[in-house]
Design a binder for this molecule. Structure first.
Ligand code: ATP
Ligand code: FE2
Length: 331
């Protein structure tokens, strides 16, 4: 049984096809790269409506199947930018009605975790989900993925992107900051904000920009930004690991491709005799395959949505969704 998944919570448009055994037949993604400034919700929506038709065709071609071979369509209901989500939901409804197949709306954050478990073999991990829009430490407890810690203001990827834009390095900032950070080992003191199990990044951003304006070297600032932000993330993940007594850590989301973050987490995991996992780079960032796979799981355990229930949920919480397949896999 084939599920076609559509992703479009932010600036990436993705379409993927996954079968019911978890084989990824195709995954194609197109990113909106703004000329200046950040991502405007309306521009993200326009990007999705412009590229979804060709990505749909490409995904079918890459999988070597026809539209009539698709048995199920899944889309990300949220969390994300309203206009972007509405465009994707409309596309999914159109496909469901045209092909006369069932439809399921799924939670984007859980998509990251499930594609991570599928592609790495992690069973019951503490997940660190870090991207441009989200920063959460998540673990399965009592039928749901519970959020053990999260950002109180902006996401870590957003912080890196904003810093990069302000200093004229453009968007996305993560890869550029990683490159420059590698050229320095001179730590400039920046605010480290962990409150209980939660984190905050906007004070760090403001402080780094002030130091930049005051003439600090960009390489040193990139290095210090990474060291500070990633240490905060590792601290909260470590505490969640100790608290839940789980044996695995899964790193996912667009920021997961950062080598320094990976190295720091690997080291922490070693100290706790925990196994460290991260998905292949193409499944770290937003993609359609993660939505297709979560669509398969959701359909198998909960059935399809009625078309009138396929509304979007802009602030869709990770811990709002029952996860029956995890209870079963733990039994
Ligand atoms: P979401 O909708 O889940 O919030 P997103 O729209 O931010 O996702 P992703 O592809 O998951 O999309 O993540 C993009 C983020 O990843 C950007 O903030 C980008 O700067 C960051 N990123 C990409 N490469 C790196 C890197 N090498 N180091 C650090 N951050 C990176
Ligand atoms: Fe994402």
């Amino acid at each position: 049984m084939l599920c076609l998944g559509i992703e479009g919570t932010a600036e990436k448009t993705g379409v993927g096809i996954v079968d019911d055994e978890g084989n990824i037949l195709s995954s194609v993604v197109k990113s909106l790269i703004p000329d200046t400034g950040g991502i405007h919700p309306r521009e993200a929506a326009e990007h999705h409506s412009k590229y979804l038709p060709e990505l749909f065709t490409e995904a079918l071609e890459e999988a070597g199947v026809e539209a009539r071979d698709i048995d199920l369509v899944a889309f990300s209901r949220g969390p994300g930018l309203g206009p972007a989500l509405r465009t994707v939901a409309t596309a999914a409804r159109t496909i469901a009605l045209t092909l006369d197949i069932p439809i399921v709306g799924v939670n984007h954050c859980i998509g990251h975790i499930e594609i991570g478990r599928l592609t790495t073999g992690a069973e019951d991990p503490v997940s660190l989900y870090v991207s441009g829009g989200n920063t959460q430490v998540i673990a399965f407890e009592e039928n749901r993925y519970r959020v053990f810690g999260e950002t109180l203001d902006i996401a870590v990827g957003n912080m890196l992107d904003q810093f990069s834009r302000e200093v004229g390095m453009g968007h996305p900032g993560g890869p550029k900051i990683e490159e420059l950070a590698g050229k320095s080992s001179n730590y400039i003191r920046l605010p480290y904000t962990v409150k209980g199990m939660d984190l905050a990044f906007s004070g760090l951003l403001t402080a780094a920009l002030r130091k930049y304006d005051a003439g600090a070297e960009l390489e040193d600032l990139c290095y210090s930004l990474q060291e500070t932000a990633f240490s905060m993330l590792v601290e909260v993940t470590e505490r969640a690991l100790a608290h839940t007594r789980k044996r695995e850590v899964l790193l996912c989301g667009g920021v997961a491709v950062n080598r320094r973050l990976r190295m720091m987490l690997e080291k922490m995991c070693k100290g706790h005799y925990a196994r460290f996992f991260m998905p292949p780079a193409e499944y770290c960032g937003d993609n359609g395959a993660m939505i297709a796979w979560l669509g398969q799981l959701t359909y198998k355990y909960k059935g399809a949505d009625r078309i009138e229930d396929t509304t979007i949920i802009q602030r869709y919480r990770t811990d709002q969704v029952d996860i029956p397949w995890m209870e079963e896999s733990k039994e």
